[in-house]
Design a protein around this ligand. Structure first.
Ligand SMILES: CC(C)(COP(=O)(O)OP(=O)(O)OC[C@H]1O[C@@H](n2cnc3c(N)ncnc32)[C@H](O)[C@@H]1OP(=O)(O)O)[C@@H](O)C(=O)NCCC(=O)NCCS
Length: 217
């Protein structure tokens, strides 16, 4: 394995979305994550991998003497709908998407090691390009963790989810890595973990995503 795909205890291995076993495992992890767990997403990602606009990896680690697929991550030069501020086909701005570590493997430093690797891949062909100047990521707004209001922190209980601890939002995690918020917009359907199917229609709104950016050069 090329050493630039390795950091600490973590090795990134390109996914093979032609392999039925890998598809099954990815769908399983996506279902636990709560978004983009349909076969149509897999087909879309596979065509983007084949046309060179997406690199997607298993986050693997040796845990208790087993090599496990602890999660997955993608680095892309396109997004839907197209927006060069988020992902530029010329690879000057790359976006991190579908980043997920299985809950049982969190807190081991794998997330941090994965980001170190992916940030270095952004300026490395064929994944990124030497002229890549920024990485963008979007995640659920930190106010769903921090703001004691019905539409924010109250959202979890309303949809039958455990309310998360304050100070543990993914947005704060990215901020600590040097990502700076530059915009927000309604994005995520209200079907986290499949427990609130139809919620977007019932609630009449999408959950707010924060967009964060890290300058590379
Ligand atoms: C955010 C995430 C990637 C972190 O991965 P991880 O492997 O648990 O993180 P690490 O172990 O590398 O954490 C590094 C540091 O951040 C801290 N940390 C971990 N998760 C954190 C969180 N959610 N908020 C704040 N701090 C966190 C760790 O305690 C550790 O701190 P330290 O350096 O002081 O010891 C992981 O929790 C995750 O996948 N979350 C879900 C992401 C998601 O919902 N994606 C949307 C669907 S694709």
């Amino acid at each position: 394995m090329a050493s630039f795909l390795h950091q600490g205890d973590c090795t990134l291995i390109p996914v093979n979305l032609e392999d039925p076993n890998e598809i099954t495992e990815l769908l399983r992890q996506r279902k636990i994550c709560g978004w983009n767990y349909e076969r149509s997403s897999i087909e879309q990602w596979n065509s983007e991998i084949n046309d060179g606009t997406r690199s997607m990896f298993w986050i693997t680690a040796l845990i208790r003497e087993d090599v496990v697929k602890a999660g997955h991550i993608a680095l892309a030069s396109t997004c839907s709908p197209p927006d060069p501020e988020l992902a530029d086909p010329d690879k000057s701005v790359m976006t991190i998407s579908t980043f997920f570590i299985l809950p049982e493997h969190r807190g081991l430093g794998l997330g941090r090691d994965t980001m170190d690797v992916v940030e270095s891949l952004a300026t490395r062909e064929p994944y990124g390009a030497p002229h890549c100047r920024a990485i963008v990521v979007d995640t659920l707004d930190r106010r769903y963790w921090e703001l004691d209001e019905e539409g924010w922190r109250g959202w979890w209980a309303k949809w039958g989810q455990p309310t998360p601890e304050k100070g543990r939002s993914n947005e704060d995690w990215y901020r600590r890595r040097g990502y700076i918020k530059f915009k927000e917009r309604p994005k995520y359907t209200n079907d986290l973990k499949g427990n609130a199917q139809g919620g977007a229609e019932e609630g009449g709104r999408l959950l707010i995503a924060s967009y964060l950016r890290k300058e590379l050069q």
